[in-house]
Design a binder for this molecule. Structure first.
Ligand code: BG6
Length: 369
């Protein structure tokens, strides 16, 4: 029940901290990952040489975030594919492939059919699912449940952060099995992950009112672009998907590095662009590169709303608006930067007088192909 909230979506965004905390609960022990639900596939997991993550919509974007971390931690190749594309292209699979399906409902027909296909081809299947006893987990070799609680609003929000959390636990579990991270390194990542719920809470509290104002001003907007890089790229895709689903606005997410290969041609005066900015503390040069992308689009008249770390002063002169997220190690930033984008989609739809829980033409669980 809505319990006094104006919409399920608003309630579910407020539950994002709990979605992460509950997905972690009981699954860490003394700085190590504890996933007894994977004991039955322990042997299979030690024999895999690649991971293929499947999902649709938001679940696929969670998979994309997971790819960066699982590859980095477990040093195993990870691909992410949309379930409906995967099963119609004669993919190469064998018993050394771990197919990880991601689905909030566990009933999405495209993902179910993809899992069945993968099993028939001899792959090992692991399902990340939010619904106890759903069809996809029942048909998989193992299941890692997300504990986001029931998600009622059609567009997914809290399930996304729970799915990323589960993928991170899986990544750290694989890293432990494969010996690619030592115990201290695993413990350090888990400490970061355990700090995420409180940080999400701070993002919701600190940014929601300002985002609602921005959304109000932008209620006539026809098009919004989202740029991100590295783990910020799937966050950009997710931000764009929320605007399409909830506010019926043409929105696209791009990898910031792709800007000069096409999307920059879209920039004209007044174009609103959200930019997910990597941390300036990251040793890679991505922060500098994204800030220079911001300068390029600003020079062409874009109105830039940056999602940037607290204390990142370098973006300030170039952005029209800066939404702040708390400091986190790079892999944990998407769990924070996605939250203002969820809030923005909801607020823009609300400003347009739309039903945020039941957008037109969409269903919560698509059980047809
Ligand atoms: C779509 C929903 O129909 O299915 C999306 O509108 C969701 O919000 C997608 O991300 C996948 O659903 P599921 O249940 O497989 O995670």
């Amino acid at each position: 029940e809505k319990g006094g909230w104006p919409s399920f979506m608003k309630k579910e965004i407020a539950e994002e901290p709990d979605a992460v905390a509950n997905t972690l609960r009981g699954r860490t022990h003394d700085g190590a990952v504890a996933l007894p639900e994977l004991d039955g596939v322990a042997e299979a997991l030690s024999g895999i040489n690649r991971v293929l993550v499947l999902g649709c919509g938001t679940a696929a974007y969670a998979g994309m975030v997971g790819k960066y971390a699982i590859e980095a931690w477990a040093r195993i190749p990870v691909d992410v594919e949309l379930s409906h594309e995967f099963r119609y292209r004669d993919p190469v699979l064998d018993e050394h492939t771990l197919v990880v399906s991601v689905s909030q409902s566990g009933e999405t027909m495209d993902t179910l059919m993809a899992v069945r296909y993968a099993r028939e081809q001899g792959a090992r299947t692991l399902s990340i699912c939010n619904t106890q006893g759903a069809t996809i987990p029942r048909e998989s070799d193992a299941v890692l449940y997300t504990h986001a609680g029931p998600e009622v609003a059609v567009a997914s929000t809290k399930a996304f952060v729970a799915q990323v959390t589960a993928l991170y636990l899986l990544g750290l579990h694989l890293a432990t099995l494969r010996g690619t991270l030592d115990a201290d390194a695993v413990a350090a990542q888990l400490t970061e992950l355990e700090a995420v719920p409180t940080k999400i809470q701070r993002v919701v509290e600190a940014s929601s009112a300002r985002i609602a104002e921005l959304a109000h001003w932008m209620s006539d907007t026809q098009s919004v672009l989202f740029l991100g890089r590295h783990v910020g790229f799937p966050v950009a895709l997710e931000g764009a998907l929320k605007l399409k689903e909830l506010a019926y606005i043409h929105a696209e997410g791009f990898a910031a590095g792709e800007l000069k290969h096409g999307p920059i041609a879209l920039i004209e005066p007044g174009q609103i662009v959200f930019v997910v900015v990597p941390s300036p503390r990251d040793p890679s040069s991505l922060h500098k590169k994204v800030v220079s992308n911001i300068q390029e689009i600003r020079a062409r008249g874009a109105r830039v709303i940056a999602i940037a770390e607290l204390g990142d002063v370098a973006v300030v002169p170039f952005a029209d608006e800066v939404i702040r997220i708390p400091l986190a190690a790079p892999f944990f930033e998407p769990l924070l930067s996605v939250v203002p984008l969820h809030v923005f989609g909801m607020e823009l739809a609300t400003a347009k007088g739309l039903d945020v829980d039941q957008p037109r033409n969409l269903a919560k669980s698509v059980t047809v192909e």
